[in-house]
Design a protein around this ligand. Structure first.
Ligand SMILES: *[C@@H]1O[C@H](CO)[C@@H](O)[C@H](O)[C@H]1NC(C)=O
Ligand SMILES: *[C@@H]1O[C@H](CO)[C@@H](O)[C@H](O)[C@H]1NC(C)=O
Ligand SMILES: *[C@@H]1O[C@H](CO)[C@@H](O)[C@H](O)[C@H]1NC(C)=O
Ligand SMILES: *[C@@H]1O[C@H](CO)[C@@H](O)[C@H](O)[C@H]1NC(C)=O
Ligand SMILES: *[C@@H]1O[C@H](CO)[C@@H](O)[C@H](O)[C@H]1NC(C)=O
Length: 635
């Protein structure tokens, strides 16, 4: 007994200091790994190096509190000796941070120092921010990695001649017709770093002493937006002096004639594309004209949606394809392809360079259009235009499993569905079909109506068989004449069939629902499992994942729900079963005459099975007919 008590005391004594320790804020902040490393900044004309580790800023001490306002906005309360200070850090790119900070702050002795009492009101968001450039990252405690370059495309793309002004070095503007900027993507290169840099050629203007001939190669460190201002940071890798190495640029899409450039490692000196230490006036270099040398199939002309590329809009005419899209961040992008050479299904297309960059060549393999889709594959871009090189089969996606990408007509025309009939279904998956009023709120519980059975219903019953109706909760009930009483027959989901085909032994169907808030287009994989059973799976987005099959119901396979459907047509439904596996998507709608019926025709089946009265009638009818026949024969 005394031993136990002694132990408890010892444990308690051991725990106390740890508790005190924690209370006074020495617990570890666990600073995010993206911030850890060594950073360079220019502050009050001095070179400053800051090393940030798991719990420590080298020049400001250890972290007492960390508040993360968002994934890229953090505030730290730091303590070094008697100095408490606050630093707010904004992550601009993996290589660039910006910060605002306070001097040493006075703490109220009655309160433990914390964010609310010290930092909340002392940091001024309008203060000029200090830019910090990454020298190396410390991702894993001691292994330092050099900052990686970023593709320049989002920062700057094009070729320009420029005139320049430097407020600090000379007066006036140096206009030399040979001064130029070249920021072009080199296609098909394995040297990714070629696409991570751009070149500026400065030219000396006569009579302007401070101007000079110089070629500067800048490596891109990434870009960010503050309102409409588009900043990007660069490093001159051939420069060894730290204060001359890093530069910041500012452009703005409303004023694309100018670009301002810092002459130090500070972005805060740039106020607008025209106000900064150095100002460039840009003259776009004329893009070369590309003549079309072949034509695209006539029925490709129109406006399409490329579901695989941010739902890009693709306009096609007889010779040219223009693809426009908007990435998650940044401005609209567009690519223009002009037909150059066709052999069979493969087309060499010239891709026009952006803003005067050199054109390159891409091979497209197009399948003939069917319904509302064009199926295609796109090869890698090349600088040369030889068909045998650009369109070699190896230029296409080399993965073992692949399927064609699709362009879907922007304004599709509904077609006859490959599946028709009335089915009851069971569903499984991440997002199930549910009872609702189409395009709106969930329906109230059904008032008391006697339902013989509650089922989920999938029907394609309209006379053209073009519309697919889904009712998650359908009340099956018939009156005394065998007629369905479908009071609540508004379907929850209504989709139009717009294309189907078979590829890699899978049948695909594309549906269109203008009310679908998540994706108007959906891709289904379907298969006939039995004479009257069908399996189907519906995609999450607008295209089918290569791994989606009829039983897929989860996001890993790109699907959200899988249906197991059994045909259940009733006597008065007049909704015959129809199935087409899509192996010939080119046949005309008029050819679709084979209407499959699971047994004999429905009316005879119901006569035989269901209704004694009808059976009696039939027997009578047969009896009379046979008698009549015999009568005829005997005469
Ligand atoms: C960062 O978070 C602080 C605190 O919520 C906020 O005042 C400030 O505007 C944010 N800065 C940016 C650039 O989002
Ligand atoms: C840019 O200028 C340099 C030097 O004047 C010249 O060699 C180069 O060809 C120019 N580039 C373009 C694309 O005009
Ligand atoms: C096709 O579209 C391009 C770009 O929109 C245009 O320049 C060209 O004149 C058009 N060609 C025809 C034949 O309409
Ligand atoms: C489009 O034209 C091709 C022949 O150029 C033809 O095979 C295909 O059936 C047509 N598709 C449609 C939907 O008209
Ligand atoms: C069908 O559902 C309704 C309520 O929605 C319920 O009153 C009825 O009993 C159910 N019928 C069967 C056969 O389960």
């Amino acid at each position: 007994m005394p031993i136990i008590i002694a132990r408890i005391i010892i444990i308690t004594v051991l725990l106390i200091p740890a508790k005190i320790f924690a209370q006074y804020g020495y617990q570890r902040c666990n600073i995010p790994t993206t911030l850890r490393g060594e950073w360079f900044s220019r502050e009050d004309g001095q070179n400053v190096y800051t090393k940030i580790t798991e719990n420590d800023f080298s020049n400001r001490g250890s972290c007492m509190e960390m508040i993360s306002h968002s994934y890229d906005n953090f505030t730290f309360l730091l303590k070094k000796a008697d100095c408490l200070s606050c630093v707010r850090i904004l992550i601009r790119t993996l290589n660039v941070l910006e910060k605002i900070e306070t001097n040493c702050l006075q703490n109220n002795p009655n309160v433990a120092p914390n964010y609310d009492s010290l930092c909340k009101n002392s940091l001024d968001n309008n203060q000029e921010m200090i830019t910090m450039f990454c020298i190396f990252h410390l991702f894993i405690s001691i292994i330092a990695t050099n900052p990686s370059g970023k593709n320049c495309r989002s920062s700057l793309e094009g070729v320009w001649n420029f005139a320049y002004q430097n407020r600090f070095k000379f007066t006036g503007e140096c206009i030399h017709e040979e001064a130029n900027i070249t920021a072009c993507q080199k296609p098909g290169t394995q040297f990714f770093n070629l696409n991570q840099q751009f070149v500026m050629n400065y030219r000396k203007c006569i009579n302007m002493r401070e101007t000079e001939d110089a070629e500067v190669q800048f490596k891109c460190l990434g870009d960010w937006y503050v309102g409409k201002n588009h900043f990007f940071a660069v490093v001159n890798s051939r420069e060894s002096r730290m204060e001359e190495k890093y530069r910041c640029f500012l452009s703005n899409r409303d004023d694309d004639q100018f670009l301002s450039v810092s002459i130090t490692a500070e972005c805060n000196t740039l106020k607008s594309p025209q106000e900064g230490p150095e100002r460039l006036r840009l003259f776009p270099v004329r893009a070369e004209l590309v003549q079309a040398k072949c034509t695209l199939p006539q029925n490709f002309s129109g406006i399409w949606i490329n579901t695989a590329n941010f739902d890009a809009e693709v306009s096609i005419n007889s010779t040219t394809m223009v693809e426009k899209w908007r990435p998650d961040t940044g401005r609209f992008k567009q690519e223009i392809f002009v037909c150059q050479e066709q052999r069979g299904s493969r087309f060499v297309m010239a891709r026009l360079g952006v803003n005067g960059c050199q054109k390159d060549y891409v091979c497209f393999e197009f399948l003939p259009r069917h319904h509302n889709v064009i199926r295609y594959r796109k090869g890698q871009a090349m600088i040369m235009d030889r068909f045998s090189t650009v369109c070699a089969w190896t230029m296409f996606n080399s993965e073992e499993q692949w399927k064609y990408d699709i362009l879907i007509a922007k304004n599709p025309v509904s077609i006859k569905c490959p599946i028709a009939g009335k089915f009851r279904f069971k569903q499984t998956g991440d997002i199930l079909f549910e009872t609702r009023i189409r395009g709106g709120v969930t329906q109230f519980p059904r008032p008391n109506v006697y339902c013989k059975a509650n089922i989920s219903d999938f029907s394609v019953c309209d006379s053209d068989q073009k519309i697919l109706n889904i009712d998650a909760d359908y009340c099956l009930s018939v009156d005394q004449f065998g007629l369905p009483v479908d009071i609540y027959s508004q379907p929850d989901y209504q989709m139009q069939c717009i294309a189907y085909w078979k590829e890699n032994l899978k049948s695909y169907l594309i549906t269109y629902d203008s009310l679908d808030a998540y994706s108007r287009y959906r891709c289904w994989v379907y298969q006939r499992a039995d004479l009257n059973a069908i399996l189907m799976s519906m995609s999450v987005g607008a295209f089918c994942h290569i791994r989606q099959d009829v039983r897929s119901g989860n996001a890993v396979e790109g699907a959200q729900v899988a249906l197991e459907m059994i045909e259940y047509e009733r006597e008065h439904d007049d909704c015959p079963l129809y199935f087409d596996d899509g192996s010939n998507p080119y046949k005309n709608a008029q050819d679709h005459v084979t209407i499959l019926r699971p047994m004999a025709t429905n009316s005879i089946r119901s006569l035989l099975n269901n209704n004694r009265h009808h059976v009696w009638l039939l027997q009578t009818f047969l009896f009379i007919s046979l008698n009549f026949l015999f009568y005829q024969l005997n005469n």
